[in-house]
Design a protein around this ligand. Sequence first.
Ligand SMILES: O=C[C@H](O)COP(=O)(O)O
Length: 249
Amino acid sequence: MRSKIVAGNWKMNKNNAETEVLLAELSAKLPDTNAEVMVAPTFVNLAAAVQNLDSSKIEVIAQNMHFAENGAYTGEISADMLLNIGIDTVIIGHSERRAYFGETDEILAKKVQAALAKNMRVMFCFGEELQDRKSDNHFKVVESQLKNALFSVDASAWKNIILAYEPVWAIGTGETASPEQAQEMHAFIRQTITKAYDTAIANNVSILYGGSVKPNNAVEIFSKPDVDGGLIGGASLVADDFIAIVKAI
Ligand SMILES: O=C[C@H](O)COP(=O)(O)O
């Protein structure tokens, strides 16, 4: 049985004091929910966030990690460093990492393997760009992103994978995929996983939608049968908006 998940990716926003304020607001106002609620502050605020939050209500997760164990990788963070401060879920493959930091499918495959080898949970992001959608190539692009970075993962490790479909044209643009477009793609993703693995794995993996999810569109998007929640950017920076989205699930 797959989980419902709402995760806030804070990206490069919120300094230390602002992080404290937002976390306190979330802790105070978060309603009881059956969904897993996660937030991903910046690296420098992760340890404090873990210490200050009730992990049974909100899980702190990381936005990225390096695939190497340790070594000469200036500016990078390893899986062990995250685990050491109590973080065991990491976002990998966000389109901003792909676009601005040159993360290829090959690099992402290494990151996925490295995180899973440490028993971390991976929230794997992928999605097509606008030109792919316009040229009707979006299913092929998504299929190849999954195949190249994920499908060498052992079947037994899929219990530690969460997927986040994020069409790049909908991220931070205010333009959302329609609930029907999201459902169509999520169903396609499940079919693709069924072909590569089996129906049980496909049915048990949570597939989140990300891209301009807001309080006013979350209910409709989350109502689709193959949409198991959302990865929220901009709206996760405002406590009331994020909470409204959590309530929508
Ligand atoms: O990681 C979150 C996604 O990039 C969505 O961001 P957004 O909600 O600001 O469009």
